[in-house]
Design a protein around this ligand. Structure first.
Ligand SMILES: [Ca+2]
Length: 159
């Protein structure tokens, strides 16, 4: 249950989940965990505990709030390093379903912090170390913002 706590806390902090009854939270966490386990299996990685973040917001402009979850996998790729991903769960009349996922950060890419959803855009703050310094290990990373949108059920990044 330790993994689920940050997700729950983040959801509770973001004003919009008040309508969901308690049983739905548990069900939603199961949906999220199952999807993320599937991604980890495909990428042959292992999810790092305690860094999962979630944000709610309408991504497909149908008036209900969809769910974005960011997570980190260790041991992925040829380098067996870490990568950061987001998974999108579309809200279909109160039922959340994982529809897609995308890499958003990694050891040789950048560090990605999920900030929230605004105007159908997923907003992330990035930290990038210069040259080939592994991300997250330099003193003064360059800060940036990325905006991601859902286009035909795929995540598209816009600068
Ligand atoms: Ca929606």
């Amino acid at each position: 249950m330790r993994i689920l706590a940050p997700l729950l806390i983040t959801i509770l902090l973001s004003s919009s989940l008040l309508a969901l009854p308690a049983y739905a939270d548990t069900k939603l966490e199961r949906v999220v965990s199952r999807y993320l386990e599937g991604v980890a299996k495909v990428l042959k990685g292992k999810e790092q505990r305690g860094v999962r973040k979630a944000a709610l917001g309408d991504l497909d402009n149908d008036g209900d709030k969809d769910l974005v979850v960011s997570f980190l996998l260790e041991g992925v790729g040829e380098e067996k390093s870490w990568g950061q991903y987001i998974a999108i769960f579309r809200n279909d009349r109160g039922q959340y379903k994982g529809i897609t996922d995308e890499v958003v950060g990694g050891k040789f890419f950048r560090y990605f912090n999920l900030e929230g959803v605004l105007n159908q855009r997923i907003i992330g703050i990035t930290e990038t170390c210069p040259n080939h310094t592994p991300q997250g290990s330099c003193d003064k990373p360059a800060l940036g913002t990325v905006s991601l949108t859902l286009v035909k059920d795929k995540v598209v990044e816009r600068k």
